[in-house]
Design a protein around this ligand. Structure first.
Ligand code: FAD
Length: 343
């Protein structure tokens, strides 16, 4: 019988960043990833320390931004790629009062390293009131990240492309089918609802739609943000998205949100474009906007890492280390993120 320190269930940001922490610390693991829809795989990958409605920042944003370079250079040491794309967010201003608010906030201690008070005019889109740059913001190349990491874990023989069946866990023997484990960490995003050990955790699916659009012209090299994000993927392919919808939990494309995206894009991009793909998936969100880390109240070797919300990259990278330190170094979890808050 094969033995592992960890079984990870889920191959999104939560599962893969945690796998990285285990690999770095020489713990043995195996990842199960099924065909369930994943928010990570279609996400924009934007890493942005500023809330772009109010020009404020959020809990742990600085710590999260500081850790980003570290974790991606560690990952680069075995995949050969650094997935950070250093194109910052350029926020198109809607009116003069927003510019005033931005300038005022740029003097605040927690925002001065992020809000650039020199505004710019983008050439390729409509921004008559200029745009503000979020210094140090960036994105990750989501397509390459998942392509390479799936390949890497497959080559290392630590990835099983099948759905994990919770009913086959034998908790007394600590086995799952023909595998013996010390711990299982469930990183299932919204599919936690199908997990009999954690299905009472109040995860709210927030559905997002995004477009892949083809544009035959150059666009300024920024993550351009008005209502949604627009940025270049490769060649003539661009990402535009995503929408937010807390009500629809079906996996169907909803034309209403495709229209919202088209209207949003046309509001600042006046040239021709062609929609080549429409995608949808869910963010696993929590009312208190904190991720969920910790252990099952009864089974001490079953754990959860979830609730990354709209910030899968920043929350996933930073809290994967917090999760590792909790599991292996006996560091206590902050009560704000501990799954215990739901028991
Ligand atoms: C349109 C859109 C745009 C977004 N843009 C951004 C952005 O710009 N920046 C950002 O940081 N975040 C963004 N997000 C949010 C980000 O995608 C989520 O925070 C992230 O997906 C959460 O990752 P996760 O690993 O917890 O869940 P998921 O990505 O949903 O991954 C869960 C994985 O578990 C697998 N799984 C589930 N159940 C089982 C089972 N029983 N057996 C085996 N495998 C299972 C699924 O197949 C899936 O691969 C965006 C999301 C959407 C929808």
């Amino acid at each position: 019988m094969k033995q592992f320190d960890y079984i990870i269930v889920g191959g999104g940001f939560a599962g893969f960043f945690l796998a990285h922490q285990l690999q770095k610390n020489k713990k043995s693991f195996i990842i199960f990833n099924g065909k369930q829809i994943s928010g990570s795989h279609i996400s924009a990958g934007v890493c942005n320390p500023v809330i772009l409605k109010r020009f404020s920042t959020f809990w742990k944003s600085k710590e999260q931004m500081d850790y980003l370079e570290t974790i991606f250079s560690e990952i680069e040491s075995y995949t050969g790629e650094n997935y950070i794309v250093k194109e910052p967010v350029a926020r198109i201003f809607h009116d003069e009062s927003e510019k005033k608010q931005w300038l005022k906030n740029s003097n605040k201690v927690d925002l001065e390293s992020f809000l650039d008070n020199d505004f710019i005019t983008l050439k390729s889109v409509d921004n008559p009131l200029e745009s503000g740059i979020v210094k140090n913001s960036c994105r990750i190349d989501v397509e390459s990240f998942f392509k390479d990491l799936f390949q890497y874990f497959e080559t290392k023989d630590v990835l099983i492309n099948e759905s994990f069946n919770h009913n086959l866990i034998d908790n007394e023997q600590s086995t799952y089918k023909d595998l013996r484990f010390k711990n299982i960490v469930f990183c299932e995003g919204i599919h936690t609802k199908d997990n009999p050990f954690f299905n009472t955790i109040p995860i709210i699916p927030n559905k997002g739609h995004c477009l892949e659009v083809k544009i035959n012209k150059d666009i300024d090299p920024f993550i351009i943000k008005k209502k949604h994000f627009l940025f270049s993927l490769s060649d003539d392919r661009f990402y535009y998205g995503g929408t937010y919808d807390r009500f629809d939990d079906t996996e169907n494309i909803n034309p209403e949100f495709v229209e919202e995206l088209e209207t949003g894009l046309k509001a600042f991009y006046k040239e021709k474009y062609f929609i080549s793909k429409v995608k949808t998936a869910f963010r696993a969100t929590v009312d208190d906007r904190r991720p969920i880390l910790g252990t099952h109240p009864e089974f001490e070797n079953l754990h959860i890492f979830n609730g990354l919300g709209a910030r899968g990259v920043l929350n996933g990278t930073y809290f994967s280390k917090v999760m590792f330190d909790y599991l292996e170094n006996n560091l206590e979890l902050d009560s704000e993120i501990d799954v215990k808050r739901f028991y």
